[in-house]
Design a protein around this ligand. Sequence first.
Ligand code: SF4
Length: 449
Amino acid sequence: MSLLCLSATQIDMWPYHPQLLETPVPRYTSFPTAAEFGPDVGADDFIDAVATATDDVSLYVHIPFCEQICWYCGCNTGAANRPQRLAAYLDALHREISLVAAMLPASARVRRIAFGGGSPNAISPLDFVRLFDQLILKFPLDNPLISVELDPRSLSEDWRDVLAAIGVTHASLGVQTFSPHLQAVIGRVQPQETIETGVTLLRSAGVTSLNFDLMYGLPGQSREDLFSSLTMTANMGANRIALFGYAHVPHLIPRQKRIDAALLPSQEERFRMAAMGHAFLLDAGYAAIGFDHFALPGDPLEQAALSGRLRRNFQGFTDDRAPALIGLGASAISSFPSLLAQNEKNSGRYRELLGEGRLPVALGKRRSVEDRRRGAIIEELLCHGRARIDRVTLEDAWERLSPYVETGLCEMDNGSLVIHPHALPYARSIAAAFDPYRQQSVRRFSSAI
Ligand code: SF4
C-alpha cells in the first residue's frame, strides 16, 4: 500500500471541529485523575485498601531509570549512569515488596505483573532476575501474565534469556518513529536494525503479544514519515500498536524545552495524521481499540474489545479485570475500588521512607460512590463508545455535552449516550463532560488529539 492508496475519504472520515478540541482533557487512565490527588491520602488508607484485595491482584513495578533520556518523555525517569543509585533504589524496592506483600489477605492471588518505567531493561538482567525472585518469594503468584516495557536500544541476548526464563509473554517497545531526522529532533536515535533485532530477540524469548508505541504530531513530521513508520511496524508484525499524539507541554516537562516548537505541526495537521494512522491500521488488518490503541485479530486486547471486557487503567486500554492494582516503586500508582494512592515520586525520598521501614505512599484520592459512578461512565464511553446515563447526570453534563450532540458526534439512544465511530478523536472530550472536576486547570492536560 502507498500513501496515495489511502483515499482522501479514508483520511477525511473524521469531521474536524477545532473548537470542540480546544480544551485540553485528561487521558482518563484513572478516575478521578492524578490531577485530583492530594496529600491527605497516606499509608493508613493504603493499608485499609490492601486489606480489601481478597481476589485477583495485579502488580505494577516501576523502574525509573533509562540508559538515555529522550527529550519528549514525560515519564518519571532518570539516567541509569550511577550504579550506586540504582542499587539503592532496588534495595528500597525489595523492601517495599516485602512490606506490601505481608499485608495482602490470604485469599489474594497475583495474576498479572507489569514492569514499566523508565525502562526496566536499564537495570542489569541479573538485577531483574533478583527482583522477580523477590516477587515470587513474597507475593502469592498464580501463574501470572508478565509484561515488560523495553527500550530496544538496551536489549541483548542476556535479556532475551532472562525474559524467556521468567516467562514474559507481553512486551512493549518504545519505537515512536522510524524516521532518522525525527529521531534526531526528539533525542531518541535508534536505527531500524536495532528495532528489528529487538523484535527477533523478543519473539525468540516467547513474546506472543508485542506492542509498538508510535507517535504522530512530532516536530517536522510529515504524513509520509508517519506512513513509513506504520508500514514498518505492520511489516515487523507488531501485535499491538499505541499511536499517541506528541503532547508538547514544556511548562510541565522541562526536558521538552530542547524540542523546537516552531517545527510542530498544526492542530489540523495532527488531526489528519491521527486519521491517517487510524485508516492505515484498519486497512492493514488491525482492530481499533478505544481511541488510540490497535490490535491484530486474536490478540487478547482485540478479544477483550470484541467481548466487551475492555478496561482502562494506568497502562492504557487493557484486558486486565482485576479489582486491585498495586503499584510498587517511586511514583507508582495503586488502584482499588475505594482508593487511588501514589507513591513518593522523588526516588531519594522514596528510598528514605523505605529505609525507615515506612510505606512510601505520598498522595492519592479516596473514591466516593459518586466518583466510582462517574468513573464507570467515563470508562464505558472510552472503552465501548456508549454508556447508560440517568436523567440527573445527563442534565448536569448537558451544557458541556450539547456541542458534541449538536454536531452529530454522539447521541442519546434509549437511555444510553452513544459516541459515533467517526467521533473517535472527540471521545475524551465527550467523556470529560461527565467529569465534575474538569472545570479548571486546563493547562495540566494535553490536547484531545
Ligand atoms: S526510553 Fe522511554 S521512559 Fe526512557 S526517557 Fe525515553 S521515552 Fe522516556
